[in-house]
Ligand binder design. Structure first.
Ligand SMILES: Cc1cc2nc3c(=O)[nH]c(=O)nc-3n(C[C@H](O)[C@H](O)[C@H](O)COP(=O)(O)OP(=O)(O)OC[C@H]3O[C@@H](n4cnc5c(N)ncnc54)[C@H](O)[C@@H]3O)c2cc1C
Length: 355
């Protein structure tokens, strides 16, 4: 039997950020992080699109909730705060500039799609989202996409979005948590949660005043506490030297594929809208070659690694705060988990410390 002040379930970006925020606020607390996998930070946070993009807080507008507009506005405000916290933390953690870029671009393959997205973004513009709306010619001139074999009707640059490596960020958090006295137990699968603690799959009981659910898509099994749907995504990462890469991440609103420069890597990621057939990763690669013809030889010749994971999606925006006596959650961030990580952790800690 083990005892801590606080047990965190899941050592992804949400769990590690929550532990870090707790120990930054209350250095003396005993914090245990329980992770079912063999290592921390290897879930959905490992090889995702790596964009810190408050501009993408809009899918909750399409959610099946009465107050979808309010959810998108609230998520945007949290994401904008989190984005600034992430910049400051990446500076403090010494994550080098070569892994980070300012701005994210979004392309539209038709005028109708662009108009619809501008309409979707209206509440975010009202909340302060900045965007440069560009014609097809203007966006082609700003990005290395001359000759792209895609129909590009226009584009937007979000200057306050940025990119950074969640994998290196998780590694920096783990290092700091070890110094601050937190314990991360791997191969520790939480099977049940009750006020006052958790039960592991091996039957052992772990006691704590508070439990924080940060199990990502794994939270879907704790249905009696919260509703989270796993949504699969994919990425292929190419080893290509930094000097050859685009100057910012590029999202395609129509194809639902993103291309991100990350140090000496180009990452191409896509979501659930891609048919899960055998050539899924090849399709990501074909898209990158069509978008960046000047880089297609490098892409085809590069060493590549494929990755898939499930993002935790909640219908009505992220679930952050108290969900039952002694039980808290920080999850359901969907496609925004990296973007929201620092800000959501701060909110979760507010709730935990308030009891
Ligand atoms: C292809 C793709 C691209 C993405 N791109 C972006 C992007 O560009 N920007 C952005 O902001 N977000 C992006 N996301 C979303 C983001 O990656 C996720 O929202 C985020 O990583 C979720 O973090 P998490 O800590 O909640 O989950 P995870 O990182 O999955 O961590 C949860 C952890 O809990 C553990 N766990 C599960 N069940 C249990 C249990 N019963 N007991 C103990 N441990 C358990 C898991 O093993 C895992 O380590 C992307 C996601 C995907 C899939």
């Amino acid at each position: 039997m083990s005892k801590a002040d606080i047990i965190i379930v899941g050592a992804g970006i949400a769990g590690l950020s929550t532990a870090y925020a707790l120990l930054s606020r209350r250095p003396g607390l005993s914090v245990i992080v329980l992770e079912t996998g063999p290592a921390a930070g290897h879930g959905a946070s490992w090889a995702n699109g790596s964009m810190v993009h408050p501009s993408q807080a809009t899918p909750w507008l399409e959610a099946n909730c009465d107050n979808a507009d309010l959810i998108a506005r609230k998520t945007y405000r949290l994401a904008a705060r989190s984005s600034e916290m992430l910049r400051a933390n990446m500076d403090a953690f010494g994550i080098a500039a070569r892994h980070r870029k300012s701005g994210c671009a979004k392309l539209y393959q038709s005028r109708a799609a662009m108009d619809a997205d501008m309409q979707n973004l209206t509440p975010l513009f009202q909340e302060g989202l900045r965007a440069e709306v560009l014609t097809s010619g203007e966006i082609r001139a700003r990005l290395p996409i001359a000759g792209a074999a895609l129909s590009i009707a226009g584009g937007v640059i979000f200057p306050d979005d940025h990119t950074g490596p969640p994998r290196l960020y998780c590694a920096a958090l783990i290092k700091r948590l070890n110094v601050a006295g937190a314990t991360i137990h791997v191969n520790a699968h939480v099977a049940d949660i009750q006020p006052g603690g958790v039960t592991l799959k091996d039957g052992s009981l772990w006691h704590a005043d508070s439990v924080v659910l940060c199990a990502g898509a794994g939270n879907s099994v704790f249905k009696n506490h919260l509703s989270v749907t796993p949504v699969r995504g994919y990425s292929r990462t190419f080893d290509i030297s930094a000097g050859r890469l685009p100057n910012m991440a590029i999202m395609d609103d129509t194809a639902h594929i993103s291309v991100t420069p990350l140090g000496d890597h180009l990452r191409v990621s896509g979501g659930a809208d891609i048919d899960p057939d055998d050539c899924l990763y090849d399709r990501l690669e074909a898209y990158a070659c069509a978008l960046l013809p000047g880089l297609s030889e490098d892409i085809q010749a590069a060493r590549k690694s494929d990755w898939t994971a499930q993002r935790p999606m909640s219908d009505c925006g992220p679930v952050i705060g108290k969900i039952a006596p002694g039980i808290f959650a920080n999850t359901g961030h969907g496609h925004m988990g990296w973007t929201l990580s620092a800000g959501a952790a701060e909110l979760a800690v507010d709730a935990v410390l308030a009891g």
